[in-house]
Write a protein that binds this ligand. Structure first.
Ligand code: FAD
Length: 375
């Protein structure tokens, strides 16, 4: 297979960067990946994966590993605060033999992807980042914090929502914007009856659980909050219980009672980024959260970042020039990613304003149908 580039530098070893390394390496491109974290850690509780994400796992060759440590499910059950069942949003499998959706501990997924990356020819350098990026026209020269310098045919910025690559190459790009809502997440022992994603939705707060393995599930609770301020960890359990106090559903009460010091509680203020096209300048391309960081209302941020990686490798392998490949990439990715960011943003707005629940359910349903389309 002949590619329109010989080598690439990927900056950032999150889900998007690792997926790009795996796929570009598979296509025969020489890949260097630099990750700033010397320990290549992924913090956080669980991550929800839709059918479109599981489809990318097949392509990446990690689906069996995911099924061994994660958990599949068949869709979403929506309930009123008192526990009354309101709607089932099915998650039909996108491939025979796959679950329709699923979830896994975030560090477990990061480990699977890191191990897969290590099986490729990717040269991974941890605790390293770039110092300067100079586009020379027929190559890009990058100097690194370890004192080395190298030239590449393409540089991929995958360093996340607070991207330094974006800041360097697109200095006029908007900074991430806080949306007025945060999300709490906790890891709990899996309760009997939690087989699908379950949500209880009040006027302003959403409580949910998702099974992540035979024995674990993760809980999420949204909180509307004007300021993006520091939350004192010593108050986490009390704050979460206060937020859940308005729900009389027996399972929500049980969840609140289960919280303790071992529940790995995280709070994350929600921010978004949606850069206008093009997402590349010369020989530098941005992918994943770096360019389209969505709020998690459709649980599809990781999905679209990984899809970016798959599409990039396909375009690089199929097109005669890098410019054609980048144009092809942009055409295939822009509308789909914008749909996820904008629909997630609208869901957040409805939740914050206590708006129309039918519109909320309808957006979830329409987005699921759109995400199931081929990329
Ligand atoms: C609260 C919350 C819940 C979410 N839940 C879901 C969900 O259920 N399902 C879902 O699909 N998505 C979810 N998402 C979105 C998902 O987490 C992200 O879209 C995804 O992790 C983005 O991956 P990424 O690789 O693009 O960026 P990141 O995960 O941010 O990875 C960036 C990587 O680059 C590294 N890095 C940073 N700076 C530099 C630098 N200067 N040099 C080198 N390396 C650098 C970082 O250490 C990191 O490893 C959620 C997001 C939030 C905030």
């Amino acid at each position: 297979m002949s590619n329109c580039i010989n080598n690439v530098l990927i900056i950032g070893g999150g889900f998007s960067g690792m997926s790009a390394a795996i796929e570009l390496s598979k296509a025969g491109v020489a890949v260097d990946l630099v990750e700033i974290d010397p320990n290549w850690r992924a913090d956080g509780a669980g991550i929800t994966l839709g059918g479109a994400t599981l489809r990318t796992f097949v392509q990446l060759g990690i689906i069996d590993k995911f099924l061994a440590v994660g958990c599949g499910n068949a869709g979403l059950e929506i309930h009123a605060p008192n526990g009354m069942h309101l709607a089932h949003i099915p998650a039909p499998p996108l491939r025979e033999g796959l679950p329709g959706a699923g979830a896994v501990m975030r560090p477990a997924l990061a480990k699977i992807l890191a191990e897969k990356t290590r099986t490729t020819n990717t040269n991974v350098r941890l605790g390293t980042t770039f110092e300067s990026i100079t586009d020379l026209g027929d190559s890009v020269e990058v100097s690194f914090t370890d004192g080395t310098t190298k030239q590449y045919d393409l540089v991929v910025g995958a360093d996340g929502v607070y991207s330094k690559v974006r800041e360097t190459v697109f200095p006029d790009a908007d900074a991430p914007k806080y949306i007025g809502q945060g999300v709490w997440r906790a890891v709990l022992p899996r309760l009997p009856g939690v087989d699908n994603t379950m949500m209880w939705v009040s006027q302003h707060i959403k409580v949910g659980v998702n099974p992540m393995s035979e024995t674990q599930m993760y809980m999420f609770v949204t909180e509307n909050r004007e300021q993006n301020d520091f939350r004192e960890p010593a108050t986490f359990i009390t704050t979460l219980r206060e937020l859940m106090a308005g729900f009389s559903a027996p399972m929500v009460k049980e969840l609140a009672d289960m919280l303790d010091e071992d529940s790995l509680i995280h709070y994350r203020p929600l921010e978004r980024v949606m850069m206008p096209a093009p997402w590349y300048k010369g020989r530098v391309l941005l992918i994943g959260d770096t360019v389209h960081a969505t709020t998690p209302h459709l649980a599809s941020g990781a999905c679209i970042g990984i899809e970016d990686a798959l599409v990039l490798a396909e375009e690089i392998a199929a097109k005669p020039t890098l410019n054609d490949a980048l144009e092809g990439f942009q055409a295939r990715r822009y509308e789909r990613c914008k749909m996820v960011v904008e629909n997630s943003g609208r869901l957040a707005q409805i939740e914050i304003e206590g708006g129309d629940k039918e519109e909320h359910t309808d957006i979830m349903r329409r987005s699921a149908i759109a995400l199931a389309q081929p990329i």
